[in-house]
Design a protein around this ligand. Structure first.
Ligand SMILES: [Zn+2]
Length: 186
């Protein structure tokens, strides 16, 4: 019995140390009554105009469900906090008018109006379309301290934000194309 407890504890330790795991336990967002955790986000038209705040269920899916919905590349980036190779993403040199949404849940994240060519090989924006729609976390992986940017509604990893961006914010939201889905302006 004691040996079994030790084995379970060791397994839990390994899981907890695996930085590739989605940070949020998929069961955590669901409370005892089966109700999903709510989140307030801003709805945005395809021209980037804010339509107002809405309170919606947080999007929570199992690993298997995510894998069914996403390509391998999208899963690796959005759910395992991966980074696509520079200059390979489909939105790096993409300058049509419209809104970039989350690949995981469709939440509007960035407007083409704030997109610029940072020269880094990743789609870059100087601000999100609505602060309410993103979350930021400190990321200490790879011996660096960076600010990770995530989707507020489904916790998908989007990229990082740096302070070497252009005016008016001075911020550079360095995103992965794999985490985004573009909706052209109507
Ligand atoms: Zn999302």
């Amino acid at each position: 019995m004691y040996r079994m407890i030790l084995a379970v504890a060791a397994f839990a330790f390994v899981v907890a140390c695996d930085s590739g795991m989605p940070k949020q336990d998929e069961a955590v967002a669901q409370d005892k009554s089966g109700e999903f955790e709510k989140v307030t986000i801003v709805e945005v038209a395809s021209d980037g105009t804010k339509k107002g705040a809405v309170t919606v269920d947080k999007v929570v899916r199992t690993k298997e469900e995510w894998k069914e919905r996403l390509t391998d590349e999208q899963y690796y980036v959005a759910r395992e906090k991966g980074t696509e190779r520079a200059f390979t993403g489909k939105y790096d040199k993409h300058y049509e008018d419209g809104v970039y949404k989350c690949i995981g849940c469709g939440t509007a994240l960035f407007s083409s109006k704030t997109k610029y060519d940072s020269g880094t090989g990743w789609p870059s924006f100087y601000e999100p379309v609505a602060e309410e729609n993103i979350a930021e976390e400190t990321d200490r992986s790879f011996g660096m301290v960076r600010t990770e940017v995530l989707c507020k509604r489904c916790d998908s990893h989007l990229g990082h934000v740096f302070t070497d961006g252009p005016r008016p914010t001075g911020l550079r939201y360095c995103m992965n194309s794999a985490s985004l889905d573009f909706e052209p302006e109507e």
